[in-house]
Design a protein around this ligand. Sequence first.
Ligand SMILES: Nc1ncnc2c1ncn2[C@@H]1O[C@H](COP(=O)(O)OP(=O)(O)O)[C@@H](O)[C@H]1O
Ligand SMILES: [Mg+2]
Length: 237
Amino acid sequence: MEKREELYRGKAKSVYKTDDADRLILLFRNDTSAFDGKRIEQLDRKGMVNNKFNAFIMQKLEAAGIPTQFDKLLADNEVLVKKLDMIPVECVVRNYAAGSLVKRLGVEEGMKLNPYTFELFLKDDAKGDPFINESHVVAFGWGTAEQLVRMKELSLKVNDVLTKLFDDAGLLLVDFKLEFGVFSDGSIVLGDEFSPDGCRLWDKDTKKKMDKDRFRQGLGDVIEAYEEVAKRLGVPL
Ligand SMILES: Nc1ncnc2c1ncn2[C@@H]1O[C@H](COP(=O)(O)OP(=O)(O)O)[C@@H](O)[C@H]1O
Ligand SMILES: [Mg+2]
């Protein structure tokens, strides 16, 4: 597998072409951003931890029948993935109230949502990733109604699989964000990453935050918390 030119550089990862038209390399950097990229810091080991965390989770999801981008780990900070035509919509599943839901609706953080909620946000930092609904996705051509049905179905399946996985590690999966894309065969595949950067994880007993809210809220020990989560799950770092 030959690494070719950089295709794009996001806030946390750089994406490279390869000699295979159906494969890309994702390079996880130490850059850590919050507030739509308005605050950026380097956190030691973050690229490595998130790369290995993501590889572990994607393989668990794949084993549970969820199509993912994951192909193979190439290095501490690099993974080979399926090249996807990304749908610019973030799918968010929530099991407990936190973050923007608390701000928007004025509900108490930690309130159990019964059942879960499923939300869509446009992936557009300049617009502040606005809250959208399914009709916007179809009307503006970001995705089709059929693709949305599949994205929702897969998001809820991810929730089932990961709620159990984290629960067994003494963690509450509060909420998470997924990005999907279309593979060359037309199928909807889970892309981007699943790491403590894009989900909320609380210790079941103490409710200690173990995710990127430690960075957003200046709580400290950000990567130490990510490593603790990885250790509890059995992710080899
Ligand atoms: N399998 C994939 N194929 C193509 N693009 C991908 C894939 N996985 C992730 N991407 C895209 O790579 C970009 C880089 O990731 P990231 O640094 O998280 O960017 P961003 O700042 O846009 O969130 C994102 O735009 C993401 O949607
Ligand atoms: Mg991103």
